[in-house]
Design a protein around this ligand. Sequence first.
Ligand code: 8ID
Ligand code: ZN
Ligand code: ZN
Length: 370
Amino acid sequence: EIPKKQKAQVIEKTGGPVEYKEIDVQQPGPDEVLVNIKYSGVCHTDLHAVNGDWPLPTKLPLVGGHEGAGIVVAKGDLVTDIEIGDHAGVKWINGSCLACSFCQQSDEPLCAKALLSGYTVDGTFQEYCIAKAAHVARLHKDIPLDAVAPVLCGETPQSLRNIRTGCGTDLCVAGITVYKGLKESGARPGQTVAIVGAGGGLGSLAQQYAKAMGLRTIAIDSGEEKKKMCLEQLGSYAFVDFGTSQNVVKEVQEATEDGLGPHAVILVAVNEKPFQQAAEYVRPRGTVVCIGLPAGAYLKAPVFESVIKMVTIKGSYVGNRKDTAEALEFYRQGVIKAPFKTVGLSELQKVYDMMHEGKIAGRYVVDTSK
Ligand code: 8ID
Ligand code: ZN
Ligand code: ZN
């Protein structure tokens, strides 16, 4: 019953646009699974892949997407611990060698042979996607649906509800990255974290994960819609608007109780400027975690202040398989509620256009059946 042909969004040439067309369904290799993707989150990374603005070339032609959730429909002979019918998530790390020194110590994202979904291998903007079985996220069938998809009305049949469950979960695949970043920040319960790019996809999840981890958050982004979302829905206690603020550094510091600045900064903005500001407003002994990947950007921090404040500046890149399981467990417990809108896969280019304009509050999810 697996079709030979399917609909996909294909990047034929760097710069785009994406083309919605029919392509072949691939067969999984011995260590792979074929996942019938139901929903996929649209990440700014996917737009970087279209634009080719990172120093790492993509496969071409390319099916983008790396936040997919669906059902395993076929598997290779060597796959023994995931079954046909199981719910699975296809994430950025599609596979890794599992044998190098990084894989050995569960730093799979650092593996030189890592396969990247929607970048170096075809991703989740298609109905049927291949991933290495060792790396697909195992999704519980009992993730509370109501908590994740307020969009869905009560008429949804139970069978579909289970599938829809995956819908929320692909957002969680984005959650892995921010959950890992928060762990890397070393911030402890009760401490304050600034989330820069708080109104976007990663930023909105970062606030929810931070809250679940007992952290207080200051949101930094721009515009009334994002402000309202961060303060009223996502649990931040302060919002700094980088578009209208006269002095972002001062405002962020003043938003902390003693005026000394946040204990950590999670940078998920797609712009160089905030990467330069963070070391200035972070608290002495504080940690700046860089996650966003603005094209051609450089980190710059004053040496004097960085030294005498004992500031740590570090990068954080997705998460390993354990981080994935942990991030999903938060989700399953119903403590992560990030807003998203669903459109058909056929409308992906429109989502990219809005993302380019910075007009998306939260995340867009595409339904591969439309
Ligand atoms: O593992 C990783 N390091 C990883 C994983 C996944 C994604 C890194 N990323 C990268 C993406 O490639 C992208 O570069 O994280 C970045 C954010 O992805 P996203 O959350 O999917 O992007 P978005 O939804 O477009 O949100 C970006 C937000 O940043 C705000 C925008 O207003 C938007 O809400 N922003 C910008 I642009 N400039 C800002 C500034 N100066 C800013 N917010 C605060 N200050
Ligand atoms: Zn992503
Ligand atoms: Zn490896």
